[in-house]
Design a protein around this ligand. Structure first.
Ligand SMILES: N[C@@H](CCC(=O)N[C@@H](CS)C(=O)NCC(=O)O)C(=O)O
Length: 202
């Protein structure tokens, strides 16, 4: 299987870079310089009409959206490597739920925080940023409750779900989310971020 990964460092493509490294998937990596507009070139738009990284091609067939790519990698490579639950295991349900929670539920609030706290006028708004931070706290409390008594999201063993969720929660920490107020999340995030696949050129 020939996989080409289009990415830019320290971007939405970074979790996919970590997932490929964690799973040991052999691939070609192509840097798309999103600061100079390479993502708007016609040949790139043909692979991803959104003009964004990450984008993947699998035997020439394109795929986009970081969550979709990571779930596909889990199914295709993670099961055989013991890093993603089998389709009929109850943990698969948990993995899908928490990964969607991270990108959809938590991610929506994170976008609000980014726009209100770090965006440009007129979207920059201290009160809205505070409200988003409070809403993240509510969601982090839910994750904290889930992680109480569990080392990893699926239980005893590290999985790709930890990488997927940890990447989103880690980005929120970078934007100022109050991770330290949620001790189980803080300890788990430290373990996730210590994985070799989360280091280096991602
Ligand atoms: N929802 C998309 C977001 C992708 C995204 O926003 N990528 C940014 C980099 S962080 C990008 O390529 N931006 C280039 C542009 O918008 O022109 C995903 O998760 O894949």
């Amino acid at each position: 299987m020939s996989i080409v990964f289009y990415w830019h460092p320290m971007s939405s493509a970074s979790p996919v870079a970590s997932a490929l490294a964690e799973l040991g998937v052999s691939h070609e990596r192509v840097k798309v310089d999103i600061r100079t507009g390479e993502q708007r070139r016609p040949e790139f738009l043909a692979r991803n009409p959104n003009g964004k990284v990450p984008t993947l091609t699998v035997d020439g067939a394109p795929m986009f959206e970081a969550l979709a790519i990571q779930l596909w990698l889990g199914e295709r490579y993670g099961v055989e490597r013991g890093l993603w639950p089998a389709a009929d295991a109850p943990e698969r349900l948990l993995a899908m739920s928490w990964c969607a929670w991270a990108y959809v539920s938590y991610g929506a609030v994170l976008s609000r925080l980014y726009l209100a706290g770090h965006g440009e006028a007129p979207r920059k708004d201290a009160a809205q940023a505070q409200a988003a931070m409070d809403d993240l706290d509510t969601l982090l409390a839910v994750l904290d409750g889930h992680l109480a008594g569990r080392a990893w999201v699926l239980g005893e063993a590290y999985s790709l779900a930890d990488l997927v969720i940890g990447s989103v929660v880690g980005y929120s920490a970078y934007l100022g989310a109050r991770i330290a107020a949620h001790p189980h999340v803080a300890a788990w995030l430290g373990r996730v971020q210590a994985r070799p696949a989360m280091q280096g050129d991602i």
